[in-house]
Design a protein around this ligand. Structure first.
Ligand code: MCF
Ligand code: ZN
Length: 328
């Protein structure tokens, strides 16, 4: 068996960021939108750096207008997940893109997404759960509206709050009100940190938002005290090596700190982030990690178990995931 055939748990995927380019092109065609600046000459997503990536992401997302569009997107995304052996996935969804932060509108988008996810689970066996996502560069006031949408729809399906976006804007602590609101509603917490923000943003995420997982977090490796803190607090990192390489944090998989973090005792997991943007898939991430670090089946099984333990789902769902991991 090749390691890429193993069943997988993916904790860090952005819903629109997982849209195949041909899906976005089809919607642009139907809606007569000009997205020529989103794509390169070979038809892939085109961007030059991190901030440009965020802009292209939002431009591509602009053709996703209705709940029905999101239902179609969900099906396209989960078809890819299933083809990659993913059995459980947590996806970042933003009410900012789904109804502009209005709770009633957000409920309609969510209903359409959940219905599509239920069908995909019945057909392909892949389980999806949602993490509501304030977009950091939209600011703390918008984040409060987003967190209210999260709190109002918290439950078995919306399981967490997790901020993404431009780490260069403000501080994690500026968003404490939104995170407190989500925590009080019973949601589990994660935030993007330690990507472009460096170790200090990871300290802020722990200290000011009290999150239990961190999106990326890999630049913690630059601060041994922080690595020790992550180990002591048993914080799980949602590591996306291919994303970090394409966005220029590291020159190659071999230079990526995931191996050193793991050896230090940090709980690491593997995800794709925005797979078509970064020309990757879960299968490819596994193959590249096996090649770079000599990881074998047992290493990936251990990583998937860590991911199952850190998943924000209810205990029945966690038991189902573990059973699938063990029996395949
Ligand atoms: O993880 C990558 C890079 N780092 C930070 N943010 C994002 C990444 N992919 C998407 N995002 C953000 C982006 O601002 O998440 C939002 C996008 O608008 C979508 S969440 C449904
Ligand atoms: Zn991300």
């Amino acid at each position: 068996m090749s390691v890429s055939d193993l069943p997988k748990v993916e904790l860090h995927l952005h819903h629109e960021g997982a849209a195949p380019p041909e899906f976005i092109r089809q919607l642009a065609f139907e809606k007569k939108a000009d997205l020529s600046r989103v794509f390169d000459e070979r038809g892939g997503y085109a961007f030059e750096n991190f901030v440009h990536f965020l802009q292209v992401y939002e431009a591509a997302t602009s053709v996703l207008k209705t709940p029905e569009d999101y239902a179609r997107l969900t099906r396209a995304v989960l078809e890819q997940s299933a083809a990659n052996g993913v059995i459980y996935c947590e996806t970042f969804l933003s009410p900012d893109f789904c109804g502009g932060g209005d709770v009633a509108a957000w409920r309609e988008y969510l209903a359409a997404i959940q219905e599509a996810a239920d069908r995909a689970e019945a057909e392909w066996g892949v389980i999806l759960r949602g993490i509501v996502t304030p977009v950091r560069h939209f600011g703390p006031e918008q984040a409060k509206r987003t967190a209210l949408c999260a709190a109002e729809t918290a439950g078995d399906w919306i399981v967490g709050l997790g901020m993404g976006g431009d780490e260069g804007k403000g501080h994690q602590g500026d968003f404490a009100y939104a995170f407190d609101m989500a925590r009080e509603a019973g949601l589990r917490l994660t935030t993007h940190a330690g990507e472009f923000g460096g170790p200090e943003s990871v300290w802020e995420a722990i200290r000011d938002l009290n999150v239990e997982r961190i999106g990326h977090g890999v630049r913690a490796i630059e601060d041994p005290k922080l690595v020790a803190e992550l180990v002591a607090r048993q914080i799980t990192l949602e590591v996306c090596p291919g994303s970090n390489v394409v966005l220029g944090l590291y020159p190659s998989f071999a230079a990526h700190p995931i191996q050193r973090l793991r050896e230090a005792g940090v709980r690491v997991t593997v995800s794709t982030d925005d797979p078509p943007f970064f020309h990757t898939t879960m299968r490819r991430e596994y193959d590249m990690l096996a090649e770079a670090f000599g990881w074998e089946e047992d290493d990936f099984r251990a990583i998937n178990l860590t991911a199952a333990e850190a998943a924000f789902c209810d205990e029945d769902t966690r038991a189902r995931i573990k059973k699938k991991l063990e029996s395949n």
